[in-house]
Design a protein around this ligand. Structure first.
Ligand SMILES: Cc1cc2nc3c(=O)[nH]c(=O)nc-3n(C[C@H](O)[C@H](O)[C@H](O)COP(=O)(O)OP(=O)(O)OC[C@H]3O[C@@H](n4cnc5c(N)ncnc54)[C@H](O)[C@@H]3O)c2cc1C
Length: 216
């Protein structure tokens, strides 16, 4: 357990069952938590990496909700109930790769960049973060442009769409990744079409919902 930045906490889960499973690239787990009314809720966190009986998660402490509270207050030795693995990030044989994300998708992009690096490939990243103190460690093959909100609220498409204006498509076939707030994803996906990426050439996933109520 440790802090990667003021608002990103690294959590390491250990259990013999972890070693018995495969943990695909960018998969996630659903952590079982108590909601505000005591009812069970589940929150999803990406498996940043796995090693034997250990899973590494990086959780954003955004300040509201059962997931953020759990991640902020978890102590070494505490028991955690979770389901998984779920999902997988594709890594198609495209000529160029571009990822757009906010903080919630940075663990997935970290895992993706590592896999791309192992395959000798580069990854361009546009990453929205609260401020420069929230830069997340990504491997050297990731060419990152950090976009800081500097006091503006999260969950708006403006920064990512604005930054896309300065991005040129690479040569050949491309593939895009788009992770973050659900409505932001829809807005930015349309902007990505400008780079010549069709819908099937973009992996887009809403990772959270602005102003959601903790009912699930
Ligand atoms: C496949 C998948 C993988 C994910 N991986 C990760 C991961 O590795 N690390 C990680 O930190 N998150 C990850 N997320 C996102 C995380 O599950 C959501 O942010 C979730 O809503 C957090 O739950 P919560 O209980 O903290 O907040 P909720 O109870 O869901 O929401 C409470 C309030 O907080 C706001 N809120 C929720 N999430 C955020 C956010 N990210 N930024 C700002 N405000 C927010 C909501 O709009 C709402 O107003 C992932 C989501 C998915 C679907």
């Amino acid at each position: 357990m440790g802090s990667l930045s003021p608002h990103m906490r690294r959590i390491v889960l250990t259990a013999p069952e972890i070693a018995e499973r495969d943990w695909p690239l960018g998969c996630d787990i659903a952590v079982v938590l108590a909601g505000p009314d005591g009812r069970e809720v589940r929150r999803r966190y990406t498996v940043r990496s796995s090693d034997g009986d250990r899973l590494v998660l990086d959780a954003l402490l955004h300040g509201h909700g059962p997931g953020s509270s759990w991640a902020a207050s978890l102590r070494a030795g505490e028991q955690v109930t979770f389901f998984g693995p779920r999902g997988e990030l594709p890594l198609p044989p495209a000529d160029w790769l571009l990822a757009l994300t906010d903080e919630s998708g940075l663990p997935a992009i970290g895992a993706l960049a590592e896999a791309a690096e192992a395959a000798g490939r580069r990854l361009r990243v546009l990453a929205e973060i609260a401020d420069d103190g929230e830069r997340y460690p990504l491997p050297g093959n990731a060419e990152v442009r950090w976009l800081t909100r500097d006091g503006q609220p999260a969950g708006r498409p403006d920064l990512l769409i604005g930054a896309l204006d300065g991005v040129q498509p690479g040569t050949g076939a491309g593939f895009g990744y788009l992770l973050g707030e659900s409505r932001v994803i829809v807005a930015v996906r349309d902007a990505l079409a400008r780079l010549g990426l069709s819908r099937s050439e973009v992996y887009a996933k809403g990772y959270w919902n602005l102003n959601s109520r903790p009912t699930r």
